[in-house]
Design a protein around this ligand. Structure first.
Ligand code: PAF
Length: 286
């Protein structure tokens, strides 16, 4: 595995792949890798000849008071895991190289960035869009793999790619879960043992709501009440949102007739976790 840490070195390495006629499959990450990330890497391996992974804890997507400083960082361990997956290139730039000047450009998504996670994390998706656009311009991948766990992020990145005509295909890989259903996340490492146990409620609530839809519930407000009630029943969970929205426009439909995204966020102590299920009223769940 080659490790490149500057934009110039990344561009040089990318040129070598181009000369060799290799297609690049790219997995952008913030490091602190877990099985969920490794599943994205394995999917990338299926999609391209040269697999690139970036590790960059992007300051512009963290708000004041969020966990930018304490976000877990262990580049040596991450590099070992990636080498074990036969990754071709690890791109781990320094903040000063990615942002030599404070960014003057912002990315907006016509309001989609202000709902769900965006409602309690103002500016978050602007920062994500900015860094993903920069990474795409540096790495120039043919395909990029993102996780379904960050469903809103995946949707907004698709919009970014379409509206700015990036020549990259976006692939979204399924959520990888722990034995009790908890979605894998770098932030799970912050949880105390009690919080970790309590966090299983998110998936249980999603499953119950999905089951209600499978059994014929078509009122999204009722589904949201069910989700919220189940999560509120866990004393260690502090609910942020529990939503049943159209998977394309993230609005609550009048009635559930098309595939919907069941999306939840809650705090366990100081740790904010998210999870979701995509459900087709005709029975399919992912
Ligand atoms: O999903 C993440 O880890 C980050 O939001 C991303 C896409 C790497 C951008 O910093």
């Amino acid at each position: 595995m080659d490790t490149v840490t500057t934009l110039a070195a990344a561009r040089e390495r990318r040129a070598a792949d181009r000369v060799a006629g290799k297609t690049v499959a790219f997995v952008p990450t913030m490091g602190s890798l877990h099985e969920g990330h490794l599943a994205l890497v394995r999917r990338a391996r299926e999609l391209g000849d040269s697999v690139w992974v970036s590790i960059f804890v992007n300051p512009t997507q963290f708000g004041p008071g969020e966990d930018f400083e304490r976000y877990p960082r262990d580049l040596a361990r991450d590099a070992e895991l990636l080498a074990g997956e036969s990754v071709d290139v690890l791109f781990a730039p320094a903040t000063g190289d990615m942002y030599p000047t404070p960014p003057r450009v912002t990315v907006g998504y016509s309001g989609l960035e202000n709902v769900l996670c965006g409602a309690s994390r103002p500016g978050h998706f602007a920062g994500v869009g900015l860094v993903v656009a920069k990474l795409f311009n540096i790495v120039e991948p043919q395909v990029a793999v993102f996780g379904q766990k960050d469903a809103q992020q995946a949707l907004l990145i698709r919009r970014l790619v379409e509206d700015l005509s990036f020549d990259v295909r976006i692939e979204v890989a399924p959520i990888v879960r722990e034995a009790d259903g908890l979605a894998m996340s770098s932030r799970n490492a912050y949880l105390s043992p009690q919080e970790r146990r309590a966090a299983g409620v998110l998936y249980r609530a999603l499953e119950e709501a999905a089951e209600a839809i499978r059994n014929g519930e078509r009122n999204p407000a009722e589904v949201e009440r069910l989700l919220a009630g189940r999560i509120a029943g866990e004393p260690l969970a502090d609910l942020d949102y529990a939503s049943c929205v159209d998977r394309e426009d993230l609005r609550r439909p009048a009635i559930i007739g098309r595939p919907v995204l069941l999306a939840v966020a809650a705090r366990f102590g100081s740790t904010r976790l998210i999870d979701n299920l995509l459900i087709d009223p005709r029975g399919e769940t992912t």
